[in-house]
Design a protein around this ligand. Structure first.
Ligand SMILES: [Zn+2]
Length: 171
């Protein structure tokens, strides 16, 4: 198990369509284990294989119980409602933007052995499903934003929200 380098937005790997996984073997398990270690080390909400330079349809992300979910060949099969909130990306460090996403999202995916299953997410997990699945088609959240915010600006917005007693921008 190894922590891999997370590529930034400038890397061409972040802008390519990834290939489906067809072999559910030890190599896939090693990749998923490395992705888990890399995500845990980075402390992010999710990581897609192209972010470590592997053009395969594999995602790991944190679910609502703060457990890591592994999605191989994931597909969005349902969505409901809408939410607008700040979004960031491990490949776009220190920058944020408001992105509209469904409030609820449902995916089907395979596990590391190839068994299909379905998973549902709400709020930040739904946001994460959409964000990570987009990576597999070569898209990054910055494509959806009108304006990019720095971490400093985000901190200021959060303080302001807190002062107003609002529910804040953290989903
Ligand atoms: Zn990302």
């Amino acid at each position: 198990m190894a922590i891999r380098e997370i590529l930034t937005d400038e890397d061409p790997a972040l802008h390519k369509k990834c290939h489906p996984i067809t072999q559910f073997d030890g190599k896939l398990s090693d990749l998923i284990d490395d992705m888990r270690a890399t995500l845990a080390d980075a402390g992010g909400a999710g990581l897609a294989a192209p972010q470590i330079g592997i053009l395969r349809r594999v995602v790991v992300l944190m679910d609502e119980n703060d457990e890591m979910l592994e999605l191989v060949n994931p597909e969005l099969i349902g969505q409901e409602g809408e939410q607008d909130g700040l979004e960031g990306c491990l490949s776009v460090p220190g920058l944020w933007g408001y992105v509209k996403r469904p409030k609820k999202a449902k995916v089907k995916a395979q596990d590391r052995k190839g068994n299909w299953f379905e998973a549902e997410g709400e709020g930040i997990v739904a946001r994460c499903f959409c964000h990570e699945l987009e990576h597999l088609d070569g898209h990054v959240f910055t494509e959806h934003v009108d304006r990019i915010y720095t971490s400093e600006e985000v901190e200021r917005i959060m303080e302001e929200e807190e002062r107003k007693g609002g529910k804040g921008i953290k989903e």
